[in-house]
Design a protein around this ligand. Structure first.
Ligand code: BEZ
Ligand code: FE
Length: 276
């Protein structure tokens, strides 16, 4: 086909994908072309703007390495990550809600015994976290694997500290036979997502702040149940209604109760969805 113009190029491109054998890939690529072209038409994209966009995405890719995933961060601030979580985690009433994974989970975190201090030297106010992992029928999930990770009081995860050996503020625990767990750590504080790359540029150009409300991350696995990836957010945080990555759910907000000795306590129970 020759002499394609702005009125017929979209259909011509879609037709070129007609023989895609994988029906799901065909559906995705067809819709992608449709929406990309519609977007370009709607904003009347100039050639200069197209080039700027390509340059932006190129720099986003160049920022990525084993410890830094700028594309996920871009998806996060555009709300695409949370939209995908919301569409794929429609659980029965009573189950703990899911939220964004974030870029700071590390495979193979150190295992701790119940009651241990997962802060492992990370700076912050001391805090005890306890709760229970249950199924939707109220049954305890004995031996559930609980991964927890968090930033320190300067808003940094261990993986953001160059030169740090070992893990701080992250660990894996095994729930007791009655589904209960407890561990020591530090109080979660609000922190900004990384702004030293293209995502930071976007936030600044659009006058958006980079802050996430204080939270602990949890990933909970147990045979026979869906993996739960979620946070517990700290009540009273000033960023609960303007999380830079749109991850807050009211059911995940909890109290970090101050104790007489200056430490804090958080109690939060998790309810897992049976595996589908
Ligand atoms: C986090 O909570 O660790 C996080 C989530 C999304 C983007 C950046 C950080
Ligand atoms: Fe986080």
């Amino acid at each position: 086909m020759r002499n394609l113009n702005q009125d017929n190029i979209t259909q011509a491109v879609i037709a070129r994908f007609a023989d895609t054998p994988d029906p799901r890939l065909k559906e995705i690529v067809t819709s992608l072309v449709q929406h990309l072209h519609a977007f370009a038409r709607e904003v009347k994209l100039t050639e200069g703007e197209w080039f700027q966009g390509i340059d932006y995405l190129t720099r986003t890719g160049q920022m990525c390495d084993a410890k830094r995933q700028e594309f996920i961060l871009l998806s996060d601030v555009l709300g695409l990550s949370m939209l995908t979580v919301a569409m794929n985690n429609d659980k029965p009433q009573g189950c703990t809600e899911a939220t964004v994974f974030g870029p700071f989970y590390v495979e193979g975190a150190p295992h701790y015994e119940l009651g241990d201090d997962v802060a492992n030297g990370a700076s912050g106010e001391p805090c005890v976290v306890r709760g229970t992992v249950r199924g939707i029928g109220g049954e305890p999930v004995a031996g559930a694997t609980i991964n927890v990770w968090q930033a320190d009081d300067e808003g940094r995860y261990d993986v953001q500290r160059p030169g740090l050996q070992g893990s701080q503020g992250r660990g894996e625990l095994t729930a007791a036979p009655d589904g209960s767990f407890h561990f020591r750590t530090i109080v979660a504080e609000a922190y900004p997502i990384p702004t030293d790359g293209p995502v930071g540029e976007l936030l600044q150009a659009t006058r958006r702040h980079p802050w996430r409300p204080a939270h602990l991350h949890f990933k909970i696995d147990a045979p026979g149940y869906e993996t739960l990836i979620t946070h517990v957010f700290r009540d009273g945080d000033q960023y609960l209604d303007s999380d830079a990555v749109f991850g807050v759910r009211q059911s995940l907000v909890a109290d970090w109760t101050p104790l007489p000795d200056g430490s804090h306590a958080l109690v939060y129970d998790f309810v897992l969805n049976p595996a589908r």
